[in-house]
Design a protein around this ligand. Structure first.
Ligand SMILES: NC(=O)c1ccc[n+]([C@@H]2O[C@H](COP(=O)([O-])OP(=O)(O)OC[C@H]3O[C@@H](n4cnc5c(N)ncnc54)[C@H](OP(=O)(O)O)[C@@H]3O)[C@@H](O)[C@H]2O)c1
Length: 361
């Protein structure tokens, strides 16, 4: 009798142990990630459990700690993306495993993904431009991601994961526009349109470089905050419909040397009226549609224009050195949890933010 009971007892313990072990293995093998699924009104975010990815020989496994949103992430929803695409370009996290050929990173490193998974440096190529995370290839809204080592950079020591997650798209776009393509000099005037992600980084970078940023917004409250971040002049484009005249006055008649045009049709023609000779226009966004009726004759002598595509890994590394040297910290408007990602997208759609919106994992 006793023998029978103990046999049964041992058997039940073994079964329970088996279940527990199974659960542990299953948990260790599964991670959560958002994927896009097409619907009648564009794509929507769906949270899925997937098998934990394994790094290949030249790849790095990253535990994603934070992700940030860009206006582009909203645009991707309406572009009919392939079902299953992992959204968002921007994220930062910790290296938790590396492939056997990886030399640039070690376990424990704090890293961010580059916007283009495959643009290490040099000239833009079709392959590089097709590798935008969260658009051309899978993005960062996942508990873990695998990336080729050339698609990652070390993040500045003084930044948290939340802060570093804001850098890959908006900050790098502003950096590339002002420094790589614009050759910004101390004392020059810079025009920023609105107080979104790209413009606020443009303001901070320009101010840190000793330039004179002037910024527009639809909100006086946001303009007060922009002044605290280093704007030497502010204009409300909603209440002042001839805002370009005020901008020119704010330069003392000298004119703007660098325009970061994120709006397009509603701003570019007016921004051109503010330009100094030899000015630079960075064509970045089209929040109001593209400015297709541009008359080349309206450009002041010496104007140069660059059609911006974020930036390369080399640009990202150069920008991080500048951020470290100047102790610059990104402006985070609001942080959402991983489960609240759809609400974070809605918040971005409302345009209530100043600076960046972050999702923490
Ligand atoms: N080419 C590239 O490489 C590249 C890279 C990054 C972004 N982009 C593009 O750049 C644009 C901005 O992106 P983002 O992520 O910075 O956007 P965001 O954070 O959503 O910024 C939106 C802000 O733009 C301002 N705005 C909207 N309409 C405006 C108008 N008519 N005049 C002046 N300001 C206006 C508003 O600021 P206020 O609330 O202060 O009025 C709004 O809050 C998007 O079109 C994006 O796709 C392009």
């Amino acid at each position: 009798m006793l023998k029978k009971i103990s046999c049964k007892y041992i058997l039940s313990i073994l079964v329970l142990l088996g279940i527990a072990l199974n659960t542990l293995t299953a948990d260790a093998q599964n991670i959560r990630q958002y994927q896009l699924e097409s619907g009648p009104n564009g794509a929507q975010l769906v949270m899925r459990n997937i098998l934990q990815p394994e790094p290949g020989a030249n790849e790095v496994l990253v535990q994603v700690r934070a992700v940030s949103l860009n206006r582009r992430d909203l645009a991707v929803l309406h572009r009919n993306p392939p079902n299953g695409l992992v959204p968002t370009s921007d994220g930062a996290g910790e290296v938790i495993a590396i492939g056997h050929n990886v030399t640039a990173f070690s376990v424990g490193d704090r890293v961010a993904g580059t916007f283009f998974a495959d643009w290490p440096g040099g000239r833009r190529t079709a392959e590089a431009l097709a590798s935008g995370r969260g658009g051309g290839v899978d993005g960062m809204l996942s508990e873990m991601i695998v990336s080729h080592e050339t698609g990652l950079v070390l993040i500045p020591d003084h930044l948290s994961y939340e802060e570093a997650a804001t850098l890959p798209c908006a900050a790098l776009t502003a950096w590339r526009a002002l420094f790589t393509d614009g050759n910004l000099k101390s004392g020059q005037h810079v025009l920023l349109e609105g107080t979104g992600g790209v413009s606020i980084f443009g303001l901070q970078l320009a101010a840190a470089a000793g330039a004179k940023p002037i910024i527009t917004s639809s909100s006086d409250e946001k303009l007060i905050k922009a002044r605290a971040l280093g704007a030497i002049g502010t204009v409300n484009y909603r209440t002042n419909t001839e805002w370009q005249k005020t901008v020119l006055e704010l330069t003392g008649g000298a004119g703007i040397d660098h325009v970061l045009d994120v709006v397009g049709r509603e701003t570019l023609y007016r921004a051109i009226e503010t330009l100094a000779y030899d000015g630079h226009i960075a064509l970045i966004g089209a929040l109001s549609g593209r400015a297709d009726e541009l008359s080349l004759g309206s450009l002041p002598r010496g104007t140069s224009m660059t059609n911006i595509a974020v930036g390369s890994r080399d640009d990202f590394i150069a920008m991080n050195e500048f951020l470290t040297e100047h102790g610059l910290r990104p402006v985070i408007d609001r942080v959402f949890s991983f489960e609240e990602a759809p609400a974070a997208y809605e918040y971005m759609d409302s345009s209530a933010h100043l600076g960046k919106i972050v999702i923490t994992l």
